[in-house]
Ligand binder design. Sequence first.
Ligand code: MN
Length: 232
Amino acid sequence: MLSVIPNPARIALPIMGTSDFFPVRRVYCVGRNYAAHAREMGKDPDREPPFFFMKPADALQIAPGQAVIDHPYPPQTENYHFEVEMVAALALGGRDIPEASALDHVYGYAVGLDMTRRDVQDEAKRLARPWDLAKAADASAPIGPLYPAASIGHPTHGAITLDVDGTERQRGDLSDMLWSLPEQIAHLSRYFELYPGDLVFTGTPSGVGAVTRGQTMVAAIAGLGDIRLHVV
Ligand code: MN
């Protein structure tokens, strides 16, 4: 039997300091996971259980870290927002994973961006429609190299920042997450069987805003380096 089309490429993340790679299966994202960001989006952070959406794996844009790469401004938006997020990569899956052992499932961590057509999302919220057109644009999930937990441990605190053209726009601390990564994994695994290769975008601190063509974003997390994107 022959494939009747070229096989779609599987996205793989580089592992920092090696020539190894991490093939990606699914990309889960938690919404409004820092209190100050929940408030800036008009929500009460004390009154919401965690909620999730997905991005397609082929929306990932591999950023090498250090070197500036071109990031394509997507069509159909005039309000394209950055959201810097820590990303966790799972090496083990499962259903109904207990919080206490959830971190045993994590291979490593990276800096990511949950780029969002905010105008499209605002309309989706208003009309009670799905978020896919807002969240799943091509290249809307830039991500840096993976840092193995075996080398760096499991980051639970430390600065998470985003600069645009040298001006700081977002700053938070990983310890400010409303739902910890173990809680996120436990929650997700009650709805889906998780698998090796799944990623979890763990939410963004406050300060989200728009970029335009010609601007350069630098997203950084303590211990995970940074990624640099020139919007074109
Ligand atoms: Mn987000």
